[in-house]
Design a protein around this ligand. Structure first.
Ligand SMILES: Cc1cc2nc3c(=O)[nH]c(=O)nc-3n(C[C@H](O)[C@H](O)[C@H](O)COP(=O)(O)OP(=O)(O)OC[C@H]3O[C@@H](n4cnc5c(N)ncnc54)[C@H](O)[C@@H]3O)c2cc1C
Length: 445
């Protein structure tokens, strides 16, 4: 029989998303013993390079035009593994949580927690010198159309960033982009333990109470962590898997992902918005449930996007990267989707979702044409579900204390979203982690 490594602590966190990192930090700072278990590595090695991205992304075993995981219907779901979760490779765009949205669902997120989270995660507006000429051209076109296009907030320390760098999604080699590593490093300095390259296999549930978890590390060693408090921060899909296995059938019965579609066009001459800072400008169109932003992905990622539109046209387009202009629209979708028994995801779009996508794409087309792109050159990419969540929704699987029906078992990631936020959610997850830590520390006093 294989030897089991036993650990005892005040709290264990399954998955190292930004929420999990903050909970570990808060517990460690309060002198409590926190253990965080993450299937990816605890490292910033190779961040900023293609190798760093590929080693963290959950890739498909076979090469195809969609190298990352996707739904059965074909929408990509890019997932990042590693302590810090998706923040390692995210674009760094920051949207403050909407207090009225959360209040409507029974959670009063204090403004002081939002302010604290924004300060700690380096939220600031894109400065003028980081807005490239192509992005400005798109802004002028959008403003001419009466759209309130403006600089967006970013999780960036602009003193360390370089104008013209478009590599947020490769991870930041300069340390200019905030990630969950900032929280976990502080947690570890204060005594928290990280079991990395260690996959949580199951939650320990007995008589309606969760007493910790069992995990296996990369060398095949088994770890059993016994605790009074367990938090799942394994992301919309990882958390749903663990809850379902623990006997919560509603977990993963719904799924939303904020579908994102890029629209490209090509200028007949001059430079587009390639090699410009990611998501510098845009606006949240709350009335229509969408967010717009200008962005052209780094060339290799863009190659896959263009190939998704038309493999035949790719050779002609790929050499026109410099003249390309890109925008995207992110849609707040309905929860029509589910995780199947084998872990795959099915996601269909409702009539409302399709209408929002159609609206967003048509606005993008108009902006691009007004900015000087040839109307015949406009193309749209397939949809990507960048914010997989709503798989353990507030009000269904968790209550307003983010606790499941199993006592002592909590969730803190995008799984708990009661509705698709339709905007980048990392900051919201961090604020939820502050809210949950406050409740749990009181319990654990
Ligand atoms: C390309 C891209 C760009 C993005 N851009 C932005 C942006 O600009 N702004 C923004 O706010 N958001 C952005 N996001 C989304 C953002 O990264 C996530 O919403 C954020 O990280 C919070 O996600 P989460 O906490 O639900 O889970 P995640 O961040 O996905 O973390 C879950 C972690 O749990 C681990 N895990 C899963 N299962 C297990 C298991 N069984 N055992 C152990 N560990 C496990 C995973 O490896 C992962 O590290 C982007 C996402 C992508 C993919």
């Amino acid at each position: 029989m294989r030897k089991i490594n036993y650990h005892e602590a005040d709290i264990v966190i399954a998955g190292g998303g930004p929420g999990g990192c903050e909970i570990a930090r808060r517990f460690a700072l309060a002198g409590k013993k926190a253990v965080l278990v993450e299937k990816g590595s605890y490292s910033s090695r190779f961040l900023g390079t293609l190798a760093g991205t590929l080693s963290r992304l959950e890739l498909r075993p076979r090469f195809s035009s969609m190298p990352v995981r996707s739904t059965i219907e074909g929408s990509a779901i890019p997932l990042c593994s590693g302590v810090g979760g998706g923040t390692l490779l995210y674009c760094g765009s920051a949207f403050l949580p909407d207090r009225s949205f959360w209040l409507r669902h029974g959670i009063d997120l204090p403004q002081r927690m939002i302010d604290e989270a924004a300060g700690e995660t380096w939220v600031s507006e894109t400065p003028d010198e980081f807005i490239g000429p192509g992005s400005r051209r798109l802004m002028r076109a959008a403003l001419d159309m009466g759209l309130p296009w403006a600089p967006l907030k970013r999780h960036i320390d602009f003193n360390r960033c370089v104008p013209g760098c478009d590599r947020c999604t490769y991870g930041c080699a300069l340390g200019a982009k905030w990630t969950g590593l900032q929280y976990i490093d502080e947690a570890v300095d204060s005594g928290a333990m990280v079991l990395d390259r260690c996959r949580v296999r199951s939650l320990l549930v007995e008589q309606g109470r969760c007493g910790g978890l069992v995990a296996t590390d990369v060398l095949g060693r088994i770890h059993e962590v016994r605790v009074p408090l367990t938090v799942c921060a394994a992301g919309g899909i990882g958390t749903a898997r663990l809850l379902r296995k623990a006997g919560i059938p509603e977990a993963g019965a719904t799924f939303a992902g904020d579908p994102t579609g890029f629209t490209f066009g090509f200028l007949s001459e001059g430079k587009g918005n390639s090699h410009e800072h990611n998501m510098p400008m845009g606006f949240k169109d709350a009335d229509n449930g969408v967010v717009f932003s200008s962005m052209l992905a780094p060339q290799i990622a863009w190659f896959f996007q263009v190939m998704g539109d038309s493999v035949k046209k790719t050779p002609g387009r790929i050499f026109s990267y410099k003249r390309a202009m890109g925008l995207f629209v992110k849609v707040s979708d309905q929860d029509r989707g589910a995780m199947l028994e084998n872990g795959s995801i099915t996601k269909t779009f409702t009539a409302r979702d399709r209408e929002r996508i159609r609206y967003g794409r048509s606005v993008n087309e108009k902006i691009l044409v007004r900015a000087g792109c040839d109307p015949r050159s406009i193309c749209h990419t397939d949809l990507t579900l960048g914010h997989p969540g709503q798989t353990a929704p507030l009000g269904v699987v968790v209550d307003e204390n983010l606790e499941t029906g199993i006592s002592g078992l909590y969730c803190c990631d995008t799984s708990v979203m009661p509705e698709a936020p339709g905007m980048p959610p990392a900051l919201t997850v961090v604020v939820l982690a502050k809210y949950l830590s406050g409740l749990l520390l009181q319990k654990n006093r």
